[in-house]
Design a protein around this ligand. Structure first.
Ligand code: ADP
Ligand code: MG
Length: 257
């Protein structure tokens, strides 16, 4: 199978609870089952992506050290997961201190990009999960990435805040990273029984047009519970709707990159 070129996708939305982490972990796992070598980088101090794959006891360095210890080899911060072809640079709560540490640092927004240079050739896809802010961690991810995926929860006020998010993407495109591309928006936590979900989905399709992925991620208990088992949806409930939907999303992603 031919190798993809090095591709970095950031999952971003400064709203919490919209399905960023669920999308990051399951899209990463879906891409890994298609024989790509995938690295998931967790940039959220809450560490939910990391905890979905790793026992925190086994971690002694991760995203914080990536930024704060530039001389430490990146390889030391990459951990294998139980999923074949899927590795992770985990987050720990220490990452919450980073913003304060980087204040006044001229190159603050470029740290991640510089560090990922050292991984060129080792992975086909890097997925970055981000915290629910547009702060320095999310900006670092957008400066380093080629693509952004925005998960949008199908609820009232779904689009509240997306203007700020799109403006941030535009700012980053205008200077540090003109190559940054909005790959698409994905509707998450969809409940087909409710009219709100239908209305919000069609509104999102009107606003974003072709940028809206055809695949919609339904609300599912299986998706919610799989991190507690330290498994992606594909190992936890391979026949569930969530597994099918994240598989379909990964196919759409690969078509668009
Ligand atoms: P974010 O990273 O944007 O804060 P999460 O992915 O952590 O969002 O999702 C927030 C909460 O909703 C978590 O408890 C998660 O398990 C749950 N969740 C996310 N997507 C789904 C889904 N499709 N079905 C059911 N629960 C979901
Ligand atoms: Mg999250």
């Amino acid at each position: 199978m031919s190798r993809l070129s090095f591709m970095i996708i950031v999952i971003a939305n400064q709203k919490g609870g919209v399905g960023k982490t669920t999308t990051a972990i399951n899209l990463a796992a879906a891409l890994a089952t298609s024989k790509r070598k995938v690295l998931l980088i967790d940039l959220d101090p809450q560490s939910n992506s990391s905890l979905s794959f790793l026992d925190p006891e086994s971690v002694n360095g991760g995203a914080y050290e990536l930024f704060a210890e530039p001389d430490r080899p990146v390889d030391e911060l990459v951990y294998d997961t139980a999923t074949e072809n899927l590795s992770i640079i985990p987050a720990r709560i220490s990452l919450a201190k980073l913003e304060a540490k980087l204040i006044g640092d001229f190159d603050a927004a470029f740290k991640l990009r510089d560090r990922l240079e050292g991984l060129k050739g080792k992975f086909d896809v890097i997925l970055i999960d981000t915290p629910p802010t547009l702060g320095i961690l999310t900006v670092n991810a957008m400066v380093a990435a080629n693509h952004v995926i925005i998960p949008i929860q199908s609820s009232y006020f779904a689009l509240e805040g997306t203007d700020d998010l799109l403006e941030t993407i535009e700012k980053i495109r205008s200077r540090p990273n003109p190559d940054l591309n909005l790959l698409g928006v994905v509707v998450t936590l969809y409940d087909r029984r409710t009219t709100i979900s239908h209305d919000v989905e069609s509104h999102i399709r009107t606003v974003f047009g072709k940028k809206a992925f055809k695949t919609v991620i339904s609300r599912s208990v299986r998706l919610e519970e799989s991190p507690a088992h330290r498994k992606s949806i594909f190992d936890h409930a391979p026949r569930s709707s969530g597994a099918t939907e994240y598989h379909d999303l990964s196919k759409e992603v690969l078509k668009r990159v």
